[in-house]
Every structure is written in C-alpha cells, then in structure tokens.
Design a protein around this ligand. Structure first.
Ligand SMILES: [Zn+2]
Length: 87
C-alpha cells in the first residue's frame, strides 16, 4: 500500500526554514521532538498515490493560512521542547 501523509514533508520543510529563529536547541533529538510535536497537533492529510502526494504537498505548502498555523505550532513546540530537552 502506498499511503503518505503529505503534511510530514511540509512541516519538516517549514521547520528547516524557521529553525534559525527559534530560541531552542536544534540538535537532531530536539528537531525530531519539535517536528513530532507539530505533527501530533496538525491534522494529517493522507494521499494514496505519488501523483496525489505531489499535488497535495504543493497545495499545502502554498496555503498561507495553513503555513502560518504550522509556524505557530513550531514556535509552541520549540518552547515546550526547550523547557524539557531530552539531553
Ligand atoms: Zn537538543
């Protein structure tokens, strides 16, 4: 079965863009914790084909309101992870 949550790549992409502005550790462990936190908060968008994945990813990535929402949750996640780093 080919099922993919397109939000995953979008969140990782947005995180890579904004991580320099976060007042939080961005080592591999903390980055994973932040992205996982965000993915648990935003609604997943599953698609079943590669073509669908590409289309949905583009749509999601360029949806400004959705992107703003992700940035907001990343900031929240950075605060939570920053206060309780696993190292
Ligand atoms: Zn760290």
């Amino acid at each position: 079965m080919k099922i993919k949550n397109v939000v995953e790549e979008v969140v990782i992409g947005v995180y890579e863009e904004v991580k320099g502005d976060l007042k939080c550790c961005t080592c591999r462990q903390c980055s994973s914790d932040i992205v996982a936190y965000v993915l648990n908060k935003v609604s997943p968008r599953y698609v079943s084909t590669e073509k669908g994945a590409l289309y949905s990813k583009t749509t999601v990535a360029f949806d400004k309101a959705y992107r703003m929402e992700i940035v907001k949750i990343i900031a929240e996640a950075a605060r939570v992870v920053g206060e309780n780093p696993k190292h």
